[in-house]
Design a protein around this ligand. Sequence first.
Ligand code: HEM
Length: 215
Amino acid sequence: MLRVFAKPIPLVLLLGFCTAIPVLMAAVRVYQIPAGGLPADSLRVAAAPVSMWLHSLAGVLFGVLGPLQFARVLRRKYGRLHRILGRVFGVAGLFLGLSGLSLLLQVQSISTPLLEVFRGLAGGALVVAIVAGISAARRRDIPRHRAWMIRSYAIGMGSGTVALVMFPIYILTGEPPTGWFADIVFVGWWALNIALGEWVARLGQPARRQTPALA
Ligand code: HEM
């Protein structure tokens, strides 16, 4: 079953499906912020228009390019394209993390401290993962590069896929989840995505050299 997702088209489709809602929402914000057309429930965001616009644009690029970069056929057959798109993906990831941190400082929060703290940790971790992934690529350490890029994608997009769990809760209860319940689900789901990314990242790592047991 898992082998199906090792093939390029199912993998790109699966990742694209899981992240379509946040990517589309971010694309709408890229248009709405300069056009002054934010909906009433997002007007808080207008307090930090530059960070929010950069955050949304970075989210679109990161979300669209991620699945393509992970498709083996692009890396193997079109290595130059993979490297060009990889630079855009890396810059987008840095902007996503840094603008996320700047939004935490600028936008009045309507979330619980649990989600705010987790967002801060994830924003910082995203920046660290991208820097580690790019420096591994520059050293031609491909297994580490692959692992750090998978981690960065899971950290960055893990928040977006939460729509996949919030929406069914909304359908079942008839109300959008709010407060501590919503934020516990949000953080739990995001952490689960990061753990899944970590598992996939470790799958491709060469086995560690065995240290001889001390007599
Ligand atoms: C480490 C990853 C991320 C962090 C730390 C982060 C952080 C934040 C923060 C602090 C806000 C303001 C929240 C508020 O309304 O109070 C926000 C909003 C937003 N983020 Fe992110 N984010 C991340 C990933 C993403 C991704 C991957 C996307 C899209 C693909 C995205 C798209 C958006 C959008 C569209 C909003 C505005 C929501 C609205 O208009 O109400 N974010 N983000």
